[in-house]
Design a protein around this ligand. Sequence first.
Ligand code: GLN
Length: 304
Amino acid sequence: MDYQKIIEDIYRQIQPLKELGKQADYIPALAKVNPNQIGVCLKTMNGEEYSIGNSDVRFSIQSISKVFSLAVSLCLEGDNLWKRMGKEPSGNAFNSLFQLELEKGIPRNPMINAGAIVMADILLSHLPNPESDFIDFVRCIAKNETVNYNFSVARSERTCGYLNAAIANLLKYNNNIDNDIEQVLQFYFLMCSIEMNCKELSQAFLCFADHNNEFNFKDIHLTSSQVKRINAIMQTCGFYDESGEFSYLVGLPGKSGVGGGISAVYPQRYAVTVWSPRLNEKGNSVIGMKFLELLTTETKESIF
Ligand code: GLN
C-alpha cells in the first residue's frame, strides 16, 4: 500500500473544507492557535512513517490524553475501575452534567470529562509522583523525552473551567472523588495540556495498535486483553456524542481532543494522527474526521 501517495491525494481532496468549523475558544490559550494548520502522520508497526503538512507542529492534545490516563488507571485498578465509571457511550457532550446527576456520580465512560476527572483522582491516589510519573509514561510510549505539559494552558483552562469544576463537585458529592477537588481539577487540566505533534502521537498510539502482546512501558503493564479493551472503549466512546458517526464513517478505534487532534489505530498495522484545529459542533476536528473517512475508504482498511 502506497500510504504516502494516498495521504497526499487525500490532503489535496480536503483543501476545500479547510475553512469549515471553528477552533475551540472556551480555553483562552486555544483561541490563539492559528486555525489554518493541517498535520498528518501515519506510522506502521514495522517502522515506516508517512507524513504531510504540519506534522511536526505540537498542539494541545486535550482529551486524547484520556486514552493515556485510561491505560495507567487500568494498570493500577484493573477491573475495579469499572466500579467507579461505566463503559457505555454517553450520547451526550463531553462536558455534560445532567447525565452524571441522573446516574448518581458514576460517569458513563472514561472518555468524557467526568470519567477522566475520576481517573485523575485515581492517579493522584496511587502514583508516587503523579505529575512526573504520568508525563514519563507518555514520553516513554511516544519515544520522546521532550514531550511536556503546557503549564500556562492548564492554568488558562482552570481560570474558566466552571463546568469541569461543577462535574468534580458532583462527583465528590457522590463520593466518587477521594482527593481534594482543586488538586484533582488541576491535575486533570494538566494532563489535557500535554503538547505533542502528529508524529509523536502516532508513535504513542502504536502501543494500542498491537494487542497481541502485553503492554510494558516503564511500570505500566497491561495484559493483551486490557489493550484490546482500551480499543473497544475508543471505538464506542472516543468521539463523545459522535462516536457512532465516527465508527460509521471511519471504522477505526480512535480518540479526539478539542485541540483539533484525532489519533486512531488500525489494529496490527498502523496508528494515524490528523490535526486541524477547526471543530464541528460536537467538538471533533472537521478535517480530521473527513481525512480519516477518506483514508479508510481509499485503503479499504478498517476494522469492519
Ligand atoms: N480540557 C478539555 C475540557 O475539559 C478537554 C475536552 C476535550 O478535548 N474534549 O473541556
